[in-house]
Ligand binder design. Structure first.
Ligand code: HEM
Length: 108
């Protein structure tokens, strides 16, 4: 089922310790998530990614609903060696909702 972006805004609180999105979003512990849907993994300028994330991008990983679902469920399993220290979102609905929220900042 498609996610609910309004519910996803609440889920994004779990990400906000490390990530910003929206107007004036900057890199923090994690990269800005503006435009993340459609971004090749590990390619934002001026962010110091792990070697593991850069390698995933070089292998062709592009962020989409299909790739974010497993990444957000278990980041360290999907990208072995990632420095995103986050256990993941166990609930499928929460993952779909936060992806729908991020989609709003990825158009154009
Ligand atoms: C990377 C999403 C929570 C720290 C990423 C990337 C995405 C993402 C999509 C890859 C970005 C890219 O390739 O440009 C999320 C979402 C979260 C979340 C949706 C909440 C559900 C967190 C938390 C932290 C964190 C809580 C800090 C404790 C990082 C770091 C990276 C990253 C450091 C870079 C990883 C690397 O280079 O290996 N995140 N994140 N994230 N995130 Fe998160």
């Amino acid at each position: 089922a498609a996610g609910d972006p309004e519910a996803g805004e609440n889920v994004f609180r779990k990400c906000q310790a490390c990530h910003m999105v929206g107007e004036d979003a900057q890199n923090r512990v994690g990269p800005s998530l503006n435009g993340v849907i459609g971004r090749t993994a590990g390619t934002l300028e001026d962010f110091n990614y792990s070697d593991a994330m850069v390698a995933k991008g070089e292998e062709g990983l592009v962020w989409s609903a299909e790739t974010l679902m497993p990444y957000l469920e278990n980041p360290r399993e999907y990208v072995s060696g990632t420095k995103m220290s986050f256990a993941g979102l166990r609930k499928e609905e929460e993952r779909a909702d936060v992806i729908a929220y991020l989609q709003q900042f990825s158009e154009g």
